[in-house]
Design a binder for this molecule. Structure first.
Ligand SMILES: *Cc1c(COP(=O)(O)O)cnc(C)c1O
Length: 358
């Protein structure tokens, strides 16, 4: 049976990415060797790293003066690496979900942290607006897409200080004005590739301003100087990311990704809004994520949630169970998910409702 993969992360990859990664595991760049067993200093792998960095710059229109890195440690390591390198006195953070809260906790180890807005009291069901950003911040940290709660900020805000963004679950789903940011990071396993590598885009001139000593591996400058090859990079994940980037380019780049993602999200949100059985968890429609759609059953039907998950799995739909802190369902509609999978989910919702509506 064809599977429809709605997992939140690690999550669906394009057939193109999977097939070419599998080929490289068997025979990498006609070397007669697996990519798993050749030096990262080989000319074949150096070419992979160079092309991956160049494609990130091309697809996101990264201006001069920025470096692109592929690091280990996940997005979670960036929660500490960002303040380690950038926080002198005071940073502002938006508390918009579990990941944002984790980032805040780490930043407090390095300086003053002002939480400028939080939707925590409302279980993160909206993306805060109207907060005031002081002009004496070293940076403002935002989480553009809150993977667990299904809220998203689909714009690059104008603020009187540098921006730092965790874009783990929505990078490459829209054009970004990179020039507004000192730092952007994203774990690959949501919209880019397999787990094990984190994409970092950092403004070179933002670095070297803190007084504290920084351990070699946690200093962005170490990795910039060595072209993201200071130590052995995660070679296979980087290769897969390159395949995804080639695929995005072939399809028409981030504007085309955005068009497709909006279309898929609209399909599912319309079905939720038309239904009497399902209801979205995000209270402010403008905050709705086009990447992770969170919804539950209305109180009247609440006890049918488990049954709906089984109903879906019989149709090949996997990964729709909601995160435990929200409950219900979460359908992740990352770039690699075909529109057809959303149509299959919508049909399952309608059929289930027909069977069970009181
Ligand atoms: C998944 C996720 C993380 C955590 O990523 P790891 O690579 O597991 O550390 C951080 N931020 C956001 C927005 C995420 O979706």
């Amino acid at each position: 049976m064809k599977k429809h993969n709605f997992y939140a992360g690690p999550s669906i990859l394009s057939e193109y990415t999977i097939r070419h990664t599998a080929e490289a595991v068997e025979n990498f760049a006609e070397t007669g060797l697996s990519i798993l067993e050749v030096s990262h200093r080989s000319k074949e792998f150096v070419a992979v790293m160079d092309e991956a960095q160049a494609l990130v710059k091309e697809l996101l229109e990264v201006p001069e003066g920025y470096s692109v890195l592929f690091l280990g440690g996940g997005a979670s390591l960036q929660f500490c690496m960002a303040p380690f390198n950038l926080l002198r006195k005071k940073a502002g953070y938006l508390d918009t979900g579990t990941w944002a809260a984790n980032a805040i906790k780490e930043a407090r180890l390095f300086g003053d942290v002002e939480v400028l807005a939080s939707s925590k009291e409302a279980n993160y069901t909206f993306y805060p607006k109207g907060y005031v950003v002081p002009d004496d911040l070293d940076y403002l940290h935002i989480t553009t897409n809150n993977t667990i709660y299904g809220t998203e900020l689909r714009e690059d805000p104008d603020v009187p200080c540098p921006l730092v963004a965790d874009m783990s679950s929505d990078i490459f789903s829209r054009p970004i004005d990179v020039a507004k940011y000192d730092l952007i990071y994203a774990g690959a396993q949501k919209n880019l590739g397999p787990a094990g590598v984190t994409l970092v885009i950092v403004k070179d001139s933002a670095l070297g301003k803190v007084d504290r000593p920084i351990p070699t591996m946690l200093d962005y400058r170490t990795h910039i100087k060595k072209g993201s090859m200071f130590n052995t990079p995660p070679v296979l994940p980087v290769y897969s990311v390159l395949m995804t980037l080639r695929y995005y380019k072939e399809l028409g780049g981030v504007r085309e990704m955005e068009r497709r993602d909006i279309e898929k999200a609209r399909l599912l949100y319309n079905a939720i809004d038309e239904s009497k059985m399902f209801v979205g968890t995000v209270t402010d429609p403008a905050s709705r994520s086009i990447m992770n759609v969170t919804f539950v059953m209305t109180p009247e039907y609440k006890d049918l949630e488990g049954e709906f998950v089984s109903f879906c799995s019989a149709r090949g739909i996997v990964g729709i169970k909601g995160h435990r802190s929200v409950g219900g369902f979460r359908a992740s509609l990352y770039n690699a998910l075909p529109k057809e999978s959303v149509e299959v989910l919508v049909e399952a919702m309608k059929d289930f409702e027909k069977e069970h509506a009181k």
